[in-house]
Design a protein around this ligand. Structure first.
Ligand SMILES: [Zn+2]
Length: 490
């Protein structure tokens, strides 16, 4: 049963507890629905990684990395709904931990009406609900709505570098750089340790020589972070190193791999000099040449797959993603961890095409800056379902009701129903006391001996419930009298 079905079903029963129970059930489902719900193209745009489907047979007939890329999932229902639900949680955590006087991160405003907008338009893009004329924060680290789009942009940049390297003749070496970490270590410290060592590994005379020897054109760095109960924060880097190399393929691969090992060795030295440890077998060097594998691998940081599993992943080897932490934020421990992550990661750039790299490969440099704005672009195939005035929209947003509204839009509820639902969400009817026919009948049966007629016993039982309602300050809804009489007579 869909979210709005359950909401609509619960409204005829005007008791507040029934509504609350329905909303709670929805919230629970949304967290578990989040599994698989995000593994698809971001809002209104095509994920770059999905543009190339199917394993391309390399023209040289060799595949060094088996294609582990799963088929893109069919568009999951409720993806937008679940993302907005998670965004509401994230915004609540961050509002909570922002000191008074300091402004909250952009994700707390993501989805609010654009400046001077007269209305927010609820729309359907295909089967998916959406909204038009709102501010988007563009945060790749904090926003479940915006992160998948940013991940797709990163993937696109990786592909550009890949294509250019391929055109010029060479290979892209893909490194994973990690550091040994224990529970309780601050994320900020681990991040600094790893990032500094990675930077220092690429400085000085030895680096200049290595660049020449291995044809290194530059690097693309993609930071990533997970957390596990046993080992705490796991901050690591995915690094793509395009190398322009001449020769037959097997010698290119051998040289490229050697170059990758050289960088890893130097990275490990700098980790040790800084007092850390980075075991050789915890680092990874792969010469990649299937574009879809690489793009997938490098650009996923806080992007698609991580959002995909929010709240539903087992605490396995990979650990919990930041989205998992947010989804579990009803527990103080996870709330604090997400807050720590949110204090450290935003502003960290990923998969930048630097000027050096661009010049060497004959492409255009591209940064990784957040570009927040208002979503006003003209789109085809957008069906406007209805409009909401900004103050009303903001109350829905702040109250965490947008996911329920979106679900109703996806369920193709008539606008009048959606409108009524929004009113009910914002202004719930007063609680009522509504005993069932069975309850009243049972009581009437218990006191039947005190009355001459069954009807009198029933009336007394109903009066008693009415008094109970008055004592509780609730609106009284009697059960159908006829049904009660039938039950008493039975
Ligand atoms: Zn956003």
């Amino acid at each position: 049963m869909s979210v709005s079905d359950r909401l609509f079903d619960s409204f005829p029963d005007t008791s507040l507890t029934a509504q609350q129970a329905a909303l709670d059930a929805i919230a629970r489902d949304l967290v578990s629905d989040a599994a698989g719900a995000f593994g698809r193209a971001p809002d209104g745009r095509q994920a770059a990684g999905q543009a190339r489907q199917g394993a391309q047979l390399d023209k040289r007939g060799v595949a060094l990395t088996p294609s582990a890329k799963p088929e893109p999932k069919a568009e999951a229902r409720g993806g937008v709904v679940a993302r907005w639900k998670l965004k509401h949680t994230v915004a609540e955590i961050l509002r909570d931990v922002t000191p008074p006087g300091k402004s909250t991160p952009g994700v707390c405003k993501c989805g609010t009406a654009g400046y001077q907008a007269e209305a927010v338009h609820l729309v359907r893009r295909g089967a998916r609900a959406g909204v038009k004329g709102v501010y988007f924060c563009d945060s790749p680290w904090l926003c479940p709505s915006c992160a998948p789009r940013r991940a797709a942009e990163r993937a696109e940049r990786v592909q550009k570098v890949f294509d250019a390297t391929e055109r010029k003749g060479g290979a892209v070496v893909f490194l994973t750089l990690t550091v040994q970490h224990v529970k309780g270590q601050a994320l900020a410290d681990l991040k600094k340790l790893v990032m500094d060592a990675c930077t220092k590994a690429r400085q000085g005379k030895p680096w200049q020589l290595a660049k020449e020897r291995y044809g290194i054109t530059g690097v693309m760095v993609g930071p990533e972070v997970t957390w596990s109960p046993a080992h705490g924060w796991h901050f690591h880097l995915h690094v793509a190193v395009p190398m322009l190399l001449q020769g037959d393929w097997s010698s290119v691969v051998a040289t490229a791999e050697e170059g990758g090992r050289w960088i890893v060795g130097r990275y490990r030295d700098y980790i040790e000099r800084a007092g850390g440890r980075a075991d050789d077998d915890a680092q990874d060097v792969q010469v990649m040449w299937r574009q879809e594998d690489l793009a997938d691998y490098l650009a996923k940081g806080s992007g698609a797959w991580e959002v995909a599993s929010a709240g539903a992943t087992k605490q396995g080897k990979k650990g919990l993603t930041p989205w998992d932490l947010a989804a579990r934020a009803s527990a103080t421990r996870y709330r604090a961890l997400f807050a720590e992550y949110a204090a450290v990661m935003p502003g960290t750039r990923s998969c930048v095409i630097t000027k050096t790299l661009a010049d060497a490969l004959g492409i255009v440099p591209e940064g990784d800056e957040d570009a927040p704005g208002v979503d006003e672009a003209e789109e085809d195939d957008v069906e406007v379902v209805g409009s909401v005035e900004p103050p009303r929209w903001h109350r829905l947003l702040r109250g965490g009701h947008v996911p329920a509204v979106f679900q109703a839009v996806e369920d193709r509820r008539p606008w009048e129903d959606i409108d009524r639902m929004m009113t009910a969400l914002l202004d719930p009817p007063p609680p009522s006391h509504a005993p069932s026919a069975w309850e009243v009948a049972e009581h009437a049966k218990g006191t039947r001996h005190m009355f001459r007629e069954a009807g009198e016993a029933v009336r007394a039982a109903i009066d008693r419930e009415r008094e109970q309602a008055a004592r509780l300050g609730r609106h009284f809804e009697p059960p159908p009298l006829r049904r009660v009489l039938e039950l008493v007579a039975a």
